[in-house]
Design a protein around this ligand. Structure first.
Ligand code: 0PR
Length: 381
C-alpha cells in the first residue's frame, strides 16, 4: 500500500488496464454464462442506492418499501402476490436460506434433503453448512428428476425436496406438479430452484409457449429461488427468495438487539439496497411484455443454434426446453472440442452430466454471434 495516495485520474487509468484483460458479455464471446450485460435502467437504479443498507431497514424506509413492492411483483410472476421474501446476493444464498428454513421449521433430527442429480452445487454447500444429509435423486431419460427415485428416497428424516425449473447444465424443468403432490402427501417442504427459469418461464407462457407449471399455483410449493441477475437483466449481485408463508422466515430469524429491526432472517447482515432498486426499476421498466420479448429472442436464437449444431454434424444431448444448448461429437472428445473452440476465441463451458459443450443463449448473444460461432464449429469438424 502507498504512503501517499494516488490521484483519481491515475487510479482510473490503472483500473482500465485491469479491465482490458476481462472478457465482456457485449463481445458475444461468452457462451457459458448465466449472467449478461446489465440493463442500463438497472445500472442507473443500482447506482442511485449504493448507500442504502437493507440490513438496517429503519434507516432506509424508502428502500425497504421498494423491497416490499419487489416481493409483491415477483410473487405475482410466481403465482402468489402475498409471498414473503428478500432480495439477496444470488441463487446460492437463496437456496441456502430455503434449506435453512426447511430444516429449522421441521424440528427433525439428522435431517436429509433430496435434490436431483442435476441440482446446482449450491445445495452441496448448503448441506455442508447446515449439516444436512444430501440424497441425490436420479434423472429420467429427458434429464428431469425421476419421481420414483424421489419416492424411494423419502424417509421420516426428509426435511426438503428440491426441484429445479431451468437446470444449470441443460435448462430442464423438473416435474414440479408431481413433486408438489408427493410433498403434500408426505407433509414435506418443497423448494423450487428457478434461479434461471423464474424470469423466463412465466413470460414465455404468456406468449403461448407450452411449458409446465412450476410455481406457487402448485399448492405443495413452499419456496422459490428467482434470480434477477440472470434472465432478469439486473446487475450482479441480485438474487431473490420467496416463501409461501411468513413462518419460514420466522423459523430462521435471529435477534438483532441494536438495529432498527428486531429480527433478521437473511444470511448476510449488511445487505445492499442497490440490488433491490435495480430489480424494482427493471420490473417496472420492462413489464411482462418486455421480459417476454427478451426470452422469446433467446428462444429463437436457441433454435437457430440447435439446428446449426446438428447441421454441422454434432449431436444434441437433448431438445432445448429453455435457452440452453448442449451437444457433443461422436469423433472429438468434449474437452478437445472445448479447447479448439477456446483457441478460436469462444468461452464455452462444459456440462458434467452428460459431458457436453453447453451454451447458454443469454440476451447478450445475437444472431450474428451464433452465426460466427457455427462457422467456427463447422471448421473444427
Ligand atoms: N441455481 C441454479 C439453477 C443455477 O444455475 C445457479 C448458478 C445457482 C442456483 C446459483 O446462483 P449464483 O451463482 O447466483 O449463486 N448458475 C450458474 C452456473 O453455475 C452461475 C454462473 C453464472 C456461472 C455466470 C458462470 C458464469 O459465468 O453455471
Amino acid at each position: 500500500m502507498e504512503d501517499k495516495g494516488i490521484p483519481s485520474e491515475q487510479i482510473y487509468q490503472m483500473l482500465r488496464k485491469y479491465k482490458e484483460k476481462d472478457l465482456t458479455h457485449r463481445s458475444g464471446r461468452i457462451l457459458g454464462s448465466m449472467c449478461t450485460c446489465p440493463h442500463p435502467v438497472g445500472v442507473k437504479a443500482y447506482s442511485m442506492f449504493l448507500e442504502s443498507n437493507l440490513g438496517d431497514p429503519g434507516l432506509f424506509p424508502g428502500t425497504k418499501a421498494l423491497e416490499d413492492e419487489v416481493i409483491i411483483m415477483l410473487g405475482e410472476i410466481l403465482g402468489k402476490k402475498d409471498a414473503y421474501g428478500h432480495i439477496i446476493t444470488g441463487g446460492t444464498e437463496a437456496n441456502l436460506m430455503a434449506m435453512r428454513a426447511a430444516r429449522n421449521s421441521s424440528g427433525i433430527k439428522d435431517p436429509e434433503i433430496i435434490v436431483p442429480k442435476s441440482a446446482h452445487f449450491s445445495f452441496k454447500k448448503a448441506a455442508e453448512m447446515l449439516k444436512l444429509d444430501l440424497k441425490m435423486a436420479d434423472l429420467d431419460q429427458e434429464y428431469k428428476m425421476d419421481i420414483s427415485s424421489v419416492e424411494d428416497l423419502i424417509s421420516n428424516k426428509t426435511v426438503a425436496v428440491v426441484g429445479v425449473a431451468g437446470t444449470t447444465e441443460l435448462g430442464k424443468i423438473d416435474p414440479i406438479s408431481d413433486l408438489s403432490r408427493i410433498c403434500l402427501e408426505n407433509d414435506i417442504y418443497l423448494h423450487v430452484d428457478a434461479a434461471f427459469g423464474g424470469y423466463s418461464i412465466p413470460f414465455l407462457k404468456d406468449i403461448g409457449y407450452d411449458l409446465p407449471k412450476f410455481d406457487f399455483t402448485l399448492p405443495g410449493v413452499s419456496s422459490i429461488t428467482i434470480d434477477p441477475h440472470k434472465m432478469g437483466l439486473a446487475p450482479i449481485p441480485t438474487g431473490g427468495i420467496l416463501f409461501r408463508e411468513r413462518k419460514y422466515l420466522e423459523a430462521m430469524a435471529i435477534e438483532t438487539p441494536y438495529l432498527t429491526e428486531d429480527l433478521q432472517s437473511t444470511v448476510v447482515g449488511t445487505r445492499t439496497g442497490a440490488a433491490t432498486a435495480a430489480t424494482w426499476a427493471l420490473l417496472k421498466h420492462m413489464g411482462r411484455e418486455g421480459y417476454a420479448e427478451v426470452s422469446k429472442k433467446c428462444m429463437e436464437i436457441t433454435s437457430i443454434l440447435a439446428e446449426g449444431v446438428e447441421k454441422a454434424g454434432f449431436e444434441l444431448i437433448t431438445n432445448p426446453e429453455l435457452n440452453i444448448v448442449a451437444f457433443h461429437s461422436s469423433e472429438i472428445p468434449v474437452e478437445k472440442l472445448a479447447q479448439k473452440l477456446e483457441d478460436k476465441g469462444w468461452a464455452v463451458s462444459l456440462a458434467s452430466y452428460p459431458r457436453a459443450i453447453r451454451i447458454i443463449v443469454m440476451p447478450h448473444l445475437k444472431v450474428e454471434h451464433i452465426e460466427a460461432f457455427l462457422v467456427d464449429l463447422e471448421s473444427i469438424k
